[in-house]
Design a protein around this ligand. Structure first.
Ligand code: CAA
Length: 283
């Protein structure tokens, strides 16, 4: 199938990044969210990213305008009636996602593929909310979307081979690298990343070292671009906790038990960069 028109549901950090890379690759994009102000914030974000490219002389002002003109705004989900692909990047909540997918299943034409950018929720369960589970797939982008090369593509239990191939082709067109994984809690990325972050938090909790020291060990000793605690703040501590809980519940194994200090920070509203405080403070 040839994807031409895409709807991205959710104009937050991930959704706006996905809309940006799709528009840059020449796709017509509808950026959908519940409120105009959310979409405007997303477009603002895209505009800033593109302007940086213009300033660095990697893109002309005219090209930037072309990219922006390929993105239209929507607060009415009915606008999905003419798209070939929906990429959902809404809040990480199974009930909300199921309701959204059931609605999209009613609105979109039969050929439309419904993808989700969920970072850990089961694709198979989201697919079961539709009458087209063979056309539901995980398309997990990494943050910051315009920079990170990986798209983890997750096959649900019923995902059809041709749907996988379409999404693999689409990912290549976005100049990203698709990696195929099966539907299991945390997929591959967060099954490996989050226990490492959780262990770094236990290391603070047990007084082994300061956050700065832990981050230095991993940056200078393992060549990670960011230390695990800086990365946790960047991802959002609420998101880290949510993913650890998904792993803990999904596998029923205490090796995935979220660190009590992570819970405490989230309860305090210390969510990392977005709230101004996490393991570090931000202006
Ligand atoms: N949006 C767009 N572009 C951004 C950006 C953002 N938020 N942040 C940085 N960039 C761009 C910069 O403009 C710069 O571009 P050029 O090289 O083209 O000029 C480039 O990225 C490098 O930026 P900096 O020099 O400012 O900083 P850096 O070298 O420290 O790189 C980083 C920043 C790319 C974020 C790097 O620190 C990094 O790779 N960190 C790890 C990120 C990571 O692990 N992401 C995965 C998180 S897990 C996830 O997303 C999945 C999940 O489900 C939780």
């Amino acid at each position: 199938m040839n994807v031409q028109k895409v709807m991205v549901v959710g104009a937050g950090q991930m959704g706006s990044g996905i809309a940006q890379v799709c528009a840059m690759a020449g796709f017509e994009v509808i950026l959908h969210d519940m409120k105009t102000e959310f979409i405007e914030r997303g477009i603002n974000n895209i505009n800033k990213n593109l302007q940086r490219q213009v300033d660095k002389e990697r893109m002309s002002s005219a090209e930037k305008e072309d990219v922006l003109n390929r993105i239209s705004q929507s607060v009415d989900l009915q606008n999905a009636e003419k798209v070939d692909l929906v990429i959902e990047a809404a809040v990480e909540n199974m009930e909300i996602k199921k309701a959204l997918f059931a609605q999209l299943d009613e609105i979109t034409p039969q050929h439309t593929i419904l993808a989700t950018n969920t970072s850990s929720l089961p694709i198979t369960e989201i697919a079961a909310a539709t009458k087209r589970p063979e056309k539901v797939i995980g398309m997990h982008f990494m943050n910051p979307v315009p920079v990170m090369k990986l798209v983890e593509i997750i096959r649900g239990l019923a995902t059809a081979d041709e749907v996988y191939e379409t999404i693999e082709n689409m990912t290549n067109k976005l100049s990203k690298v698709p990696v195929e994984v099966n539907d299991f809690p945390g997929f591959v990325s967060n099954r490996i990343l989050m226990p490492m972050i959780n262990e770094a938090i236990f290391t603070v909790y047990e007084g082994v070292a300061t956050p700065e020291a832990i981050d230095d060990v991993m940056k200078l000793g393992m060549n990670h671009p960011m230390g695990p605690l800086t990365l946790a703040d960047f991802i959002g501590l609420d998101t880290c906790l949510y993913i650890m809980e998904t792993l803990h519940e999904g596998f029923g194994d205490d090796k995935y038990r979220p660190c009590p200090l992570l819970r405490k920070y989230v309860k305090a509203g210390w969510l990392g960069r977005k709230s101004g405080r996490g393991f570090y403070t931000y202006e």
